[in-house]
Design a protein around this ligand. Sequence first.
Ligand code: HEM
Length: 439
Amino acid sequence: MTRSTVLRWAVQSLAPTMMLRRSARAGELGPRLATDRSLWDDPFPSYDEMRAQGDLVRGRVVYATASHAVASEVLRSPVFRVGVNAASLPPLARRMMAVAVDPEHPGPAEPPSMLAVDPPQHTKYRRLVSKVFTARAVAAMEPRITEIADELLDKMSREKSVDLVEHFAGPLPVRIIAEILGVPPSMHAQMLEWGNAAAVTLDPMLSYRSFRNAAVALREMHGWLDAHLQALRRNPGDDLLSKLATLEDEGEHLDDVELRMTALLVTGAGFETTVNLIGNGVAALLANPSQLDVLRAEPAYWENAADEVLRYDSPVQVTVRHAAEDTVVAGHEVSRGRFVTLMLGGANRDPAVFADPHRFDVRRENARDHLGFSAGIHFCLGASLARLEGATALRMLFDRFPGLALDGTPVRRQLRVLRGFERMPVTPGRTVSATAIPR
Ligand code: HEM
């Protein structure tokens, strides 16, 4: 494993890092944002700077945009793809691509993950998974979200000071995803550990150590999911993964690898992001107490508040597409094979769409127009679940602990693509009993 892991790290991480560093040294803002960790805590001035340079900023290797209009156009265009067609690459790039992935244990953003394939493969996966992951199935999860949140908040109420990420923002989405996948409680902590290790693979710049840890976690996760799926096939439960594993639709079904990849993607996409929606939401509300007053006076705004968090402090900051053919975007020619980095977090602060974009405003009328869930065919499949979990978690937390306050400086995760907190020490303060809160 070591030699091939080193090779894959060299292709997937070392080579892009060197390329990005070179472009960053030449003054390109997109690569600077990818490589300069000092910009990660507050990337928003850099997004403004990028927009001032143009709607689409041309770099030596990649293009970048922080414009809402351009990011939307690229995400919705059939010309821009997620998968790279190896046959269209020069021989050296083709050879590099061949060693870049571990075909037996791909990551959540590698084929055949839904996130990394184009139509017609994507259309098939999306259609089958959507059959199970319906609006009705999501709505039916609300009582469980409330029940789990209540349980976690009860535990928090017994503490003077707690880490909100460890005790609330993290475990809530993990437990929901675990129920979707029929994962037993004894495996929750392990899932969280695997998910955390795998989440870093979304970033282009990884140390060998992080890359190797992620590779080990992915191997273990694939092995466990394989056995889990076989058990679900033999003895299906009431969970969505069992339904997906036994689904047969017009002769189509997901094979074992496709199912495993879907489970792996839902694991990563489902909790590594929602934890950040809750954490970023708590931080934004504590920093803007007048907005909490608005929500206390008008609780109907909690749903909009979740969207405003997704806009203002997007849990997924960046995604990438490449042009499958020569095309024109915002008046710029983009040639075939070129990558475009889409700064979702920057598009969400674009003043052309959001008035006074750096203000956190839970009553913002068009908060839902954010690109925090992407757009086009890869629009987040779990968006309605994430919205429901985010709004429910934030409302219940602040209802139970009206005096919730920070107890030290929160620490951000050192990641570029995902944006959230590693730790957030808080004092719950006075507790309102769950039964005294109108539901
Ligand atoms: C706040 C929480 C979440 C955020 C911010 C988020 C964000 C995103 C984004 C930005 C994408 C598309 C990336 C791209 O276009 O390149 C995506 C795709 C996806 N998300 Fe989410 N997500 C969240 C929660 C969830 C949950 C809870 C689930 C499942 C239970 C989920 C499942 C998926 C799946 C399966 C895809 C791939 C869809 C496709 O390629 O067609 N996500 N998500």
